[in-house]
Design a protein around this ligand. Structure first.
Ligand code: FES
Length: 117
């Protein structure tokens, strides 16, 4: 399995223990790539920000339970596995999240050396 770089999204010291409301989504920008960060009652989840339907920003949508709803045509994506709701036939990539005493982190694959050089 590819090595993950854990990048801090929220720092408990700086942002406090409740940096994002439950049931909300937002756009985060890491290394010039945007992600949709959702916080549900179950925890934090990260997925691609770009809606596969027509490119709207999922991070500007909202949460319904364990789904993020796209603000444009209201397609829905499961925060745990990225699957579109039945009938959509699409999905978004999801990314691992880790919560520690220090804060909330997103796990991104380290760039392979041949992409760096
Ligand atoms: S752009 Fe997201 S549902 Fe159409």
């Amino acid at each position: 399995m590819a090595k993950l770089n854990w990048i801090k999204i929220y720092d408990n010291q700086t942002h406090g223990p409740e940096p994002q409301q439950r049931g909300s989504v937002r756009v985060i920008n890491i290394n010039d790539k945007r992600f949709c960060l959702a916080r549900t009652d179950q925890g934090y989840y990260a997925m691609d920000n770009r809606c596969p339907h027509a490119g709207a920003w999922l991070g500007e949508g909202w949460c319904e339970g364990q789904q993020v709803v796209c603000p444009v045509h209201r397609y829905k994506y499961n925060v745990e596995n990225g699957r579109g709701a039945p009938g959509q036939g699409d999905f978004v990539e999801t990314y691992p999240i880790k919560e520690t005493e220090e804060g909330v982190f997103i796990g991104l694959k380290a760039d392979p050396w041949w992409k760096i050089w």
